[in-house]
Design a protein around this ligand. Structure first.
Ligand code: HAM
Length: 432
């Protein structure tokens, strides 16, 4: 029989790796909560027209990367990103009528049928946030600075913030025309993909990784020449805020993004090339002031970002907590099984993470497993301990052991866990 395997580009995350994921997710949730963001959970499956309208028909994501299918005649798509769903939920629940400013964060799996490589998968996890209702550059700067603080705390080293402004719809249309005018006589020097983009989505040519395209656009006009006065003022204020905050960034006038909904501020945070390879973008985001209105709602400005959890893990030095449990209860012989279950339950109720080895194997093999789980203590229940109502408390780090009552064990273990240097019965120190 052929062994069934996971779908290409969709990975299992095994428990050894989950510790690192959870450490990142926890820090993200804390960072966002501290800034007044609340978690939102939207469905993984959305109506296909939502993404077509929000992201744009002529984008790679919508053109070729969506997992779409029909179910009972309804076109559905596994979400390729979280912004469109968040905007739909914001509108569907008329949040704009209840709150002037809404700050949401989310995390969850996203799906894109891309060519899998290091840091690029077909199912990946994003951590993201959206602010609805705040049009100002202060909002953009605050969120970018929040992200820089988050990456520092992980820590991710060597990250670089790039910002740009692509203005409003009119500025972009003027720029689009100018770019087409500039590139058309040079079209034979462009890659076949970019020759096609020249008529569908010329701004994407700026984002091409192809050397031929890079050479062709090196001298092309930049969007900054086409921004109107309000766009320019917004961008100048964003930079002033970032300067005042001391947030390091660089302006990249050729920065464009693969999703069509952006207006004004765009930004990316790149990771170090050596850790991430070509897929070096850790975070992508920007302002999308038209989306809510284009989905049929009122004029609500918005700003947000998302980052790939897998890329954060590749780029960061975050450690997995090594200890699976604090203690293991080790029953020796059949008669010790029930008392061991009761002791394990009492330990858990006292807040001690504990595994009970119910296999009925030898002391040696149970202790080996305790070590593999990273347990600090083994509570051994042998024949004599059972007779005397005691438990043998073995400190696996300090290599010491003593026979104590279960009550003493329950009292001394939490103190020792707070005081890793001391033995189980060492005098309790102040909790940190
Ligand atoms: P995005 O640039 O398409 O933006 O994706 C954001 C981040 O998700 C990327 O920087 C990367 O870390 C991660 N990512 C994207 N595709 C993959 C993939 N195939 N495999 C692994 N990681 C990936 C958005 O999705 C926008 N919704 C961001 C946003 C929110 N803009 C405004 N609000």
């Amino acid at each position: 029989m052929t062994l069934l395997r996971a779908v290409k580009g969709m990975n299992d995350v095994l428990p050894d790796e989950i510790g690192r994921c959870q450490a990142v997710e926890r820090l993200f949730a804390e960072t966002m909560a501290r800034a007044g963001f609340r978690e939102v959970r939207t469905p993984t499956l959305e109506p296909t027209p939502l993404f077509v309208r929000a992201i744009g028909e002529a984008t790679d994501v919508v053109e070729k990367e969506m997992y779409s299918f029909e179910h009972h005649g309804e076109p559905l798509t596994l979400r390729p990103e979280g912004t469109a769903g968040a905007a739909r939920a914001y509108l569907e629940h008329a949040i704009h009528a209840k709150e002037p400013v809404t700050r949401w964060w989310y995390s969850g799996p996203m799906f894109r049928a891309e060519r899998p490589q290091r840091g690029r998968y077909r199912q990946f996890f994003q951590l993201g946030a959206e602010v609805f209702g705040d049009p100002g550059p202060g909002c953009d700067a605050e969120v970018i600075d929040l992200l820089v603080g988050f990456l520092d705390a992980l820590p991710v080293t060597g990250a670089a913030v790039l910002v740009n402004s692509i203005g409003g719809k009119q500025a972009r249309e003027r720029y689009r025309d100018a770019l087409v005018q500039y590139l058309t006589p040079r079209s034979s020097t462009l890659s076949p993909d970019s020759q096609r983009r020249l008529s569908t989505n010329p701004l994407r040519i700026l984002d091409s990784k192809d050397d031929k395209d890079r050479t062709a656009v090196a001298e092309a006009p930049t969007i900054h020449e086409f921004l109107d006065a309000d766009d320019q003022a917004h961008f100048a204020a964003l930079r002033a805020h970032l300067d005042a905050l001391g947030t390091p960034y660089a302006v990249d006038p050729r920065l464009v993004r693969g999703l069509d909904y952006y207006t004004r501020t765009l930004f990316e945070i790149k990771g170090a090339e050596d850790k991430l390879g070509s897929g070096s973008t850790l975070v992508g985001g920007g302002r999308y002031d038209r989306m809510v209105a284009e989905l049929g709602g009122p004029d609500v400005p918005a700003f947000g970002f998302a980052m790939g959890l897998e890329r954060l893990l590749l780029a960061s030095g975050v450690d997995a907590p090594g200890r699976v449990v604090d203690a293991v209860v080790v029953p020796i012989g059949a008669a010790a099984q029930s008392p061991a279950l009761a002791l394990g339950r009492d330990l858990r109720r006292a807040g001690i993470r504990c595994d009970i080895d119910t296999r009925g194997t030898s002391l040696k093999s149970q202790l080996r497993r305790a070590t593999a789980l990273g347990a600090r203590f083994a509570l051994i229940l042998g024949e004599s301990e059972l007779r005397e109502g005691l438990v043998q408390l073995k400190d696996l780090d300090a290599h010491s052991q003593e026979r104590v009552t279960p009550e003493v064990a329950l009292r001394s273990i939490p103190d020792s866990l707070r005081n890793p240097a001391g033995g189980a019965t060492a005098p309790a120190e102040e909790a940190p």
